[in-house]
Design a protein around this ligand. Structure first.
Ligand code: ASP
Length: 309
């Protein structure tokens, strides 16, 4: 019997219960539930995994709680530079954008690159020019401004450190957002969207828009969306490595996720996690950090929302 499934994340890191207020916790839980619902509505009515992933991520991008779209972190120059990617497990088609400014929903622009251009990956001004051509929505700088992010930026700039977003004192969090989905036709998709890291150098690109590192989908193996310290995720080719362990070594989704997130990444100091699912609807939400904002739902299971370990 066919089933649908969806899993999302809103970033991983040192998310400490001691630094969380009940109000903040409720706001995150609501935001994650709304994003799941946005994706599930598509899946329930027979829509595609690709559309479900896009809709769930748009919901998170529009929420200033997360480091993607509105609420993105600031670069060294006090700007927001956004990265996103999306991939279909049906035919391995993919689209990605890096270092784009003022784009309301970078995930939709990545989807437009996939569906309306002959390219996979577009960056900077060229990607913005393309965005104008496909009539993507642009927003002014102040739409993206969130005081908390700006304070983090000033703090990071002062101490000359490159911080992972949401970093507040000892609290270290990655607020990148992502989603994976399986639709009733048995197709999978994955997508990820981020502002990157606080005080990152102009032009720095992390794993999020890199197909195979931060995002990957293939119906015969899995769909993956990552969050964490991008430099390590790129070097570990995290998403594709999990797919390869399944395809060439016959590992289950859970086994492959464990090898990569709990072993290989840990060995090189790569903090973070990911959401993953396979075409049978198995879902895994592994992370090697203190916490990860995450949620999942399928046609035969209740909504789960988690924050801490
Ligand atoms: N992976 C993202 C990056 O390095 C950060 C994150 O996951 O929050 O750009």
């Amino acid at each position: 019997m066919s089933k649908y499934a969806i899993a999302i994340h809103g970033g991983a890191g040192t998310i400490l219960k001691s630094l969380m207020t009940p109000e903040k916790e409720a706001a995150y839980t609501l935001a994650l539930s709304e994003a799941i619902a946005a994706g599930e509505n598509i899946l329930k009515s027979g829509g595609s995994a690709l559309d479900a992933v896009e809709k769930a991520i748009v919901s998170l991008e529009n929420n200033p709680l997360f480091n993607a779209g509105r609420g993105a972190v600031f670069t060294n120059e006090g700007k927001n530079e956004l990265d996103a990617s999306i991939m279909s497990g049906l035919d391995l088609s993919a689209g990605a954008v890096a270092g784009v400014k003022n784009i309301k929903n970078p995930i939709s622009l990545a989807k437009a690159v996939m569906q309306q251009s002959e390219h996979v990956f577009m960056a900077g001004h060229g990607a913005e020019e393309f965005a104008r051509k496909v009539k993507a929505e642009f927003m002014p700088d102040d739409y993206f401004f969130v005081q908390m992010r700006y304070d983090q930026y000033l703090q990071a700039k002062q101490s000359d450190t490159i911080q992972l977003d949401h970093t507040v004192d000892k609290e270290k969090k990655f607020g990148t957002v992502g989603a994976v989905a399986l639709d009733l036709s048995g197709n999978t998709a994955a997508g990820t969207s981020t502002g990157g890291m606080t005080n990152k150098k102009h032009g720095r690109v992390g794993d999020t828009p890199v197909i195979g590192a931060g995002t990957y989908a293939n119906n015969i193996t899995c769909a993956i969306s990552c969050t964490g310290h991008g430099e390590f995720f790129i070097r570990s080719v995290v998403a594709y490595d999990i797919s390869c362990l399944m395809e060439y070594k016959g590992l289950s989704l859970k086994e492959a996720c464990d090898v990569v997130v709990m072993n290989k990444l840990v060995k090189i100091g790569g903090e973070g996690g990911l959401v993953a699912l396979d075409a049978k609807g198995n879902i895994e939400l592994p992370f090697n950090s203190e916490g990860m904002y995450r949620a999942k739902k399928s046609s035969n299971s209740e909504l789960f929302v988690g924050i801490y370990k």
